[in-house]
Ligand binder design. Structure first.
Ligand SMILES: Cc1ncc(CO)c(N)n1
Length: 216
């Protein structure tokens, strides 16, 4: 038996996990058929998600048990604050998103739930628990994005959201996150492993609710 900790977590988060990575929102994204209103509301909410996600990456850097791990997480901070940040700016310009919706939009229920989960992990979670939430967010996004066909939609708002989550660097980052959680998970006792599982399941549910909130 060579089931890794992250495989174990994912398998026990079905059927939600599979519902996330094959969500109709992502299928429509592949053909550029997410209606502009849905794409706008999704990205406005996601920009707020990314703010808390960035804070959680900071928490991971602080809690990591070694320098090489801090470096790996810091590399991802670089992407979120550069490529991904400029994507949001350009997409908001293209979609006509006003200043207040960029800075302080009214938050959906799904965004609030995810925010609370991330803030809790940030403030009270162990390194393993922080990694668990980061892993769900990144691994699930890689898994839907790798399902994209070779021919991407013309509109960069759609196509770049796919390629941001399906490129060699992002694949390597997710591979690192899983390996790191497998490494740290091997040291956990049963109670701590169970806490990670509950968090993994809750975060997966949050991902599903997040897509559902922007899909009819
Ligand atoms: C809701 C959500 N989950 C995961 C990601 C990937 O970090 C994202 N951008 N948004």
């Amino acid at each position: 038996m060579t089931e890794t900790f992250t495989d174990w977590l994912r398998q026990r988060s079905e059927p939600d996990w599979t519902a996330v990575i094959g969500h109709p929102f992502t299928q429509a994204l592949f053909t550029g058929q997410v209606p502009a209103d849905s794409m706008r509301s999704y990205l406005v909410q996601d920009f707020q998600f990314v703010d808390d996600f960035l804070a959680l990456l900071g928490s991971g850097i602080a809690k990591a048990d070694r320098y090489s791990s801090r470096l790996a997480i810091a590399g991802s901070v670089g992407v979120v604050t550069s490529e991904e940040n400029t994507y949001f700016r350009r997409a908001f310009d293209a979609l006509g998103v006003g200043e207040s919706d960029r800075v302080r939009p009214e938050l959906d229920e799904a965004t609030v739930a995810f925010r609370e989960l991330m803030r809790d992990a940030n403030e009270r979670g162990s390194y393993a628990e922080v990694l668990t939430v980061l892993t769900v967010a990144e691994w699930s996004y890689l898994e839907w994005a790798v399902r994209a066909p070779d021919a991407l939609p013309d509109d960069f708002v759609h196509s770049e959201w796919i390629t941001l989550h399906n490129n060699p660097d992002f694949q390597a980052w997710v591979r690192w996150l899983r390996g790191e959680l497998d490494r740290v998970g091997a040291e956990l006792d049963e109670r701590e492993r169970a806490r990670c599982l509950r968090l993994f399941q809750q975060a997966t549910r949050c991902e599903l609710d997040f897509f559902n909130a922007h899909w009819p």
